[in-house]
Write a protein that binds this ligand. Structure first.
Ligand code: GTP
Length: 897
C-alpha cells in the first residue's frame, strides 16, 4: 500500500503521454502535477484503466476485477502470437493466475501487472537492473518490482510458501475458475474486455480442440494441472464444459459400440465392423471373445442336427470327401471298410462297390454324379435334333488289317497310287495315316491303323470310324497268328469283312488254302456258301484292286451309310502329333457335318479354332466333307487318337468343355495313381515278389504310342511286368525326367523322338536312362531284356557223383558215419547231397565231413572208399545211396518262360 507509481510509468503502461495521464487523472479527481508525481497503486490502475477503456470506473474498484482484466490481456497477448503452443500457454496462464492470486493477497499485484507490461517494452533496460533488491527501495526503484512480477522469479517464492495462502483458497479458486472461464469464453463481467478476450480466447480454443483430438495426452495433461488445484473439481461449470468437449467424442463412439454388441442385427454388420476396427484395443477383445463362443456353439449344433439320408457325390471321391459329404468322420468310413477287409486311408479314392457298402452301412442313399455331365460334348451332339432331309450318302471308311508282312502297307500304297491322279500324287511316297480315293466317282476313305491292338483300343474308347474291314492274307503264307487275332478283332467290331488274298502274283499263291483256313475260323467264303467275300489281289501288280474297291462300295451300299453335311462337324482323330512350327496336328476323319477353317472345336481335353486344314494330298483346303480326311491345325494340345472332335458354337463353349474334361482327367489320373499304390500294397500279398519295370513312353505320333503301350503292357509273367507311368506324344522333356526320377528304376523310351542336349545332360546327371528307337521291335526286345534282368535266376542242379553206403559207424558225441564206396563221379566235402533209400529221397543236405581212413579230404573219386557224415543227420542205413550234386544259377529270359 505504501508503494507509489509515478505518472510517466502510468503513461507507459497505458500507452499514453504523461500529460494525458495527468488530465485523465484529473477527470478522476486525482490531482497530479508533473510526470514525476506519484499516486497510489489503486489510483494508478484506475487511471490506466480509464485511459485504456475510456470508461470512468469508480476509484474504489473491486480488486478482483482488475487482475481479471490483466489476465485477459496477458492471455490475449500471449496466446495470440503463440497459437502453436497452446499447452505451454495454458500452463503459463495457470502459473500466472497462481501468481496473481498470490499477489492479490499482498496487494502489490496491480502495480506489478502494470509494470509487467512495461517490462515487455523495456526488456533491454531490465537486463541491466539488479535482481535482489525489490523491497529495499520501494519508492525509487520500481523496476526491480517489475522484475519481481516476472513469472519465473515470482513463482518460486510463492510456491515455497503454500501454507500462507491456505486461508484464501476459495478466493484463489474462484479467480482461477474465472480466468479459465475466460479462456473458454465463459461469462465475463467486463463487457469490452470480455468481448476482446472471448474473441481472442475462442480462436485458440478451437485450435486446442483440434489438437486435442488425436493426442489425448494433451488433454490429460491439462486436466491434471487443473486437478492439482483440488477445489477446481468442486465448482467449475466451465471446466465441465471443457470436459464435455472431450467426452462427446468418446461417448458417441462407445455408445455405438455397445449398441452393436447388444444388437445381433445382421444389417449392422458393416457398422460393427467399422466400430470394431476403430475402437480402442481395450474394447477389442470382448467382442472377439464373444464371437468365438458363438462359432463353437454353431459347429456343435450343426454336428448334432445333420442327419444325412442321401448324398450325390462325384464318381471319383476320396474317403475324407465322402465322410464329409455324409457328415461322418473319416475314421468311421475307414472302420466300416476295415471291418469288411478293405484297407483304405483317408486320401484313397473309393470304388463303386465300396461306395455301395458304405451307403448301406450308414443308411445313406448314395448317388454317383457324372462329373462330366456338363462337359459331355459327344452326348450333347448326339442329342441334337437331326434333320434327315439333309442326309446324303457318305463314303465308306475302310481299315486294312493283317499279319505282319502280308502286304497291308503295299496294298494301301498301291490303291492310293493307282487311284490318285498322277499330278496330285506328289507327296505319295510319304506314308500317311488316312486318305480318300475315288472309284467310279465314288469316294472311299482308307485308314491305316498301327496294328489291330490299336484298332481295338480305339474301338474300345467308342471311336469306331471303320465301316468296312479288309483282312489281308498272303496267298503264299496263309493264316498266321496275327491273322487269327485280326479275325477276332474284326468280328468284335461287327463290321462287314472282306478278305483280300494278297500276293496272288507269287508262285506259291494258293487261294483255296487261304479260304480253307479261314473257313475253319468261321470266315466262310461266299462261293463256299458263306458270307465273306475273298478277293484275290496283288499289291505288286495291282491286279484285283478294282475288284476289291467295287466290293467295298457294294458293302457300303448295303450299309446305307448316310450323314448330314450341313450339321455341325463331328470327326474322329485317327492320328496326332506335335510338329515343329505347326504345333499340335490332328489327322481326322469327318463323320458328320462339314469341318471348316475357323470352326471352334473341342477334342476331349483339347480345344481350339481350326487354323488350317491340309488334305491327304498335302493341299490346303477350306473344309473337309463327309468321310474325308485331313490334318487339322489350331488345337491347344495334342489330342489322343480315337477322340472325337466336335465343332462348338463359341470359343468359350469349346474352352469350357475342354477345361472341365482336362480337370476331370487329371483327377482320374490322380485317382489311378493312388489305386496303383494300393494295388502295390495288396500286391505284396497276392503276387508275392512281383517286380515292375516303370517306363515312360514318348513317341512322335499317337498311333505308335498306342501300339507300343499295348505291346509293352502285354509283356509280363508271374514275376515281372511293365508299368507304364506315362505315355505321350512329343519330345522327351524335363518334366518326363522329373516323373522318371520319382519312380525308382524308371526308364524313358523314345520312339522316333530324341532328347535335346539339356534334357540329355540332365538325364545323365540324374542317372535316368533314356533309350530311343526307330524300330518298334527293338524297343520291345530291349524292354524284354530289361525285364529278364529283373527276373530271378533259375537254379539248376548238376549231379557230381554217387556213393553206396556199405557200413555205418556210430561215433559217440559226433554222430553216425556212413562207410561208402564211390560208385560214380566224385563226392565233394561241403557239397550238396541227397540220401536215396529204396528209390525215395529221405534227406537232402550238406556233407559236413568227408574222410579217407582218418584223414579229412576235399573229394573222393569213383572206386574209392570214404567216410561221409551229414550235417545234423544220423539216420543213415546200409544200402542207402548218396547222390551228390552242385547248384548252378542260370539267368532266364522272359521269352523262355
Ligand atoms: N510279290 C509280292 N510281294 C508283295 C505283295 N505285297 C507285298 N509284298 C511284299 O511283302 C513285303 C511286306 O509288305 P508290306 O506291305 O510291308 O507288308 P505289311 O503287312 O504292311 O507289313 P507290316 O507293315 O510290317 O505289318 C514287302 O517286301 C512287299 O514288297 C504282293 O502282292 N506281291
Amino acid at each position: 500500500m505504501s508503494d507509489k507509481v509515478r505518472v510517466y510509468e502510468i503513461a507507459d503502461e497505458a500507452g499514453a503521454s504523461s500529460n494525458e495521464v495527468i488530465s485523465k487523472a484529473k477527470d478522476l479527481g486525482i490531482e497530479l502535477k508533473s510526470p514525476q508525481s506519484a499516486v497510489s497503486f489503486e489510483q494508478a490502475e484506475e487511471i490506466a484503466n480509464y485511459i485504456m477503456t475510456g470508461k470512468s470506473s469508480k476509484v474504489k474498484a473491486k480488486p478482483a476485477a482488475k487482475p481479471k482484466k490483466m489476465v485477459a490481456k496477458e492471455e490475449t497477448k500471449e496466446e495470440t502470437p503463440t497459437k502453436q503452443e497452446p499447452k505451454e500457454n495454458a500452463s503459463e496462464t495457470t502459473k500466472k493466475e497462481t501468481t496473481q492470486s498470490e499477489e492479490n493477497k499482498q496487494e502489490p499485484k496491480k502495480e506489478e501487472k502494470i509494470e509487467e507490461k512495461k517490462e515487455e517494452k523495456t526488456s533491454a533496460e531490465e537486463k541491466k537492473q539488479p535482481v535482489n533488491t525489490q523491497r529495499d527501495e520501494k519508492t525509487n526503484r520500481i523496476i526491480p518490482k517489475r522484475r519481481g512480477l516476472k513469472i519465473v522469479k515470482k513463482k518460486k517464492p510463492v510456491a515455497s510458501k503454500p501454507l500462507d495462502t491456505s486461508s484464501e483458497d476459495e478466493t484463489t479458486a474462484k479467480k482461477k475458475m474465472k480466468s479459465l472461464s475466460e479462456i473458454l469464453g465463459g461469462n465475463n463481467e467486463d463487457d469490452n474486455s470480455s468481448n476482446t478476450v472471448n474473441t481472442t480466447a475462442n480462436k485458440p480454443k478451437v485450435k486446442k480442440e483440434k489438437k486435442k483430438v488425436p493426442p489425448k495426452a494433451h488433454t490429460h495433461g491439462k486436466k491434471l494441472e487443473l486437478d492439482a488445484s483440488k477445489d477446481f473439481r468442486d465448482s467449475d461449470d466451465s471446466l465441465l464444459g471443457d470436459e464435455v468437449v472431450l467426452l462427446d467424442m468418446s461417448v458417441s463412439d462407445s455408445s455405438k459400440l455397445f449398441e452393436d454388441q447388444k444388437r445381433p442385427n445382421p444389417n449392422a454388420n458393416k457398422n460393427s465392423k467399422q466400430t470394431r476396427s476403430s475402437k480402442p484395443a481395450a474394447f477389442g477383445n470382448r467382442p472377439q471373445g464373444l464371437k468365438r463362443k458363438k462359432r463353437k456353439k454353431r459347429i456343435k449344433r450343426t454336428e448334432e442336427v445333420i442327419d444325412v439320408t442321401e448324398v450325390t457325390i462325384p464318381e471319383d471321391i476320396r474317403v475324407y470327401e465322402f465322410a464329409e459329404a455324409c457328415a461322418k468322420s473319416p475314421a468311421e468310413v475307414i472302420t466300416v471298410l476295415f471291418g469288411l477287409g478293405m484297407m483304405v486311408t483317408k486320401n484313397d479314392f473309393l470304388k463303386q462297390d465300396e461306395l455301395e457298402i458304405l451307403g448301406e452301412e450308414f443308411g445313406i442313399e448314395v448317388t454317383v454324379k457324372d462329373a462330366l455331365e456338363d462337359a459331355n460334348y459327344i452326348d450333347d451332339y448326339l442329342e441334337e435334333e437331326v434333320d434327315e432331309t439333309n442326309f446324303v450318302t457318305r463314303p465308306p471308311v475302310v481299315t486294312i488289317m493283317g499279319h505282319v508282312d502280308h502286304g497291308k502297307t503295299s496294298l494301301l500304297d498301291k490303291i492310293r497310287s493307282s487311284k490318285t491322279a498322277s499330278g496330285e500324287a506328289g507327296g505319295i511316297t510319304q506314308h500317311i495315316t488316312a486318305y480318300t480315293i475315288k472309284q467310279n466317282d465314288q469316294k472311299i476313305t482308307f485308314v491305316d491303323t498301327p496294328g489291330h491292338a490299336a484298332f481295338s483300343s480305339m474301338r474300345a474308347r467308342g471311336a469306331s470310324v471303320t465301316d468296312v474291314i479288309i483282312i489281308v492274307v498272303a496267298a503264299d503264307d496263309g493264316v498266321k497268328q496275327q491273322t487269327e487275332e485280326v479275325i477276332s478283332h474284326a468280328k468284335a467290331a461287327n463290321c462287314p469283312i472282306i478278305v483280300a488274298v494278297n500276293k496272288m502274283d507269287k508262285e506259291g499263291a494258293n487261294i483255296d488254302m487261304v479260304k480253307a483256313q479261314m473257313a475253319e475260323r468261321e470266315m466262310t467264303p461266299v462261293d463256299w456258301g458263306g458270307d465273306i467275300e475273298f478277293i484275290p489281289v496283288s499289291a505288286k501288280t495291282g491286279n484285283g484292286i478294282d475288284d476289291l474297291l467295287e466290293n467295298i462300295l457294294l458293302q457300303s451300299e448295303i450299309l446305307e451309310l448316310a450323314a448330314d453335311p450341313k450339321a455341325k462337324a463331328k470327326a474322329t482323330v485317327v492320328e496326332s502329333s506335335l510338329e515343329k512350327g505347326r504345333g499340335p496336328v490332328a489327322t481326322v476323319i469327318v463323320q458328320n457335318g462339314t469341318l471348316r477353317v475357323g470352326d471352334n472345336i473341342v477334342c476331349d481335353t483339347t480345344y481350339g479354332r481350326v487354323k488350317a486344314i491340309t488334305n491327304d494330298l498335302g493341299k490346303q483346303v477350306e473344309e473337309l466333307g463327309l468321310s474325308e480326311t485331313g490334318r487339322i491345325l489350331g488345337l491347344n494340345d495334342v489330342p489322343d487318337t480315337g477322340t472325337f472332335m466336335v465343332a462348338q458354337d463359341s470359343d468359350k463353349e469349346a474352352r469350357d468343355i475342354a477345361t472341365t474334361r482336362a480337370e476331370h482327367a487329371r483327377a482320374k489320373e490322380l485317382s489311378k495313381s493312388t489305386k496303383v499304390s494300393l494295388e502295390e500294397m495288396s500286391g505284396l500279398i497276392a503276387e508275392g515278389k512281383i517286380k515292375q519295370l516303370p517306363v515312360i513312353i514318348k513317341t512322335d505320333v499317337g498311333g505308335s504310342l498306342e501300339a507300343i503301350k499295348g505291346s509293352l503292357e502285354q509283356i509280363q509273367n508271374e514275376e515281372v511286368k511293365v508299368k507304364v507311368i506315362h505315355a505321350g506324344v512329343g519330345g522327351i522333356t524335363e518334366s518326363d525326367l522329373i516323373l522318371a526320377s520319382a519312380s525308382e528304376g524308371c526308364i524313358i523310351l523314345g520312339f522316333n523322338v530324341r532328347p535335346t542336349g539339356s534334357v540329355k545332360s540332365k538325364a545323365k546327371a540324374d542317372g535316368i536312362t533314356i533309350n530311343t528307337y526307330s524300330i518298334i521291335y527293338d524297343l520291345i526286345d530291349d524292354v524284354k531284356d530289361a525285364l529278364s534282368g529283373m527276373m530271378s535266376a533259375v537254379i539248376r542242379e548238376e549231379n557230381t557223383g554217387q556213393a553206396e553206403v556199405r557200413d555205418t559207424f556210430v561215433v559217440p558225441k559226433v554222430g553216425t558215419v556212413a562207410g561208402c564206396l564211390v560208385t560214380d563221379g566224385k563226392v565233394i566235402r561241403g557239397g550238396h547231397a541227397r540220401i536215396i533209400r529204396d528209390g525215395v529221397v529221405t534227406y537232402t543236405g550238406k556233407i559236413s565231413s568227408l574222410k579217407r581212413f582218418k584223414d579229412d579230404v576235399k573229394e573222393v573219386t569213383n572206386g574209392y572208399e570214404c567216410g561221409i557224415m551229414f550235417d545234423k543227420f544220423n539216420d543213415i542205413k546200409v544200402g542207402d545211396f548218396i547222390e551228390t550234386f552242385i547248384q548252378i544259377e542260370e539267368k532266364v529270359h522272359i521269352d523262355d518262360k
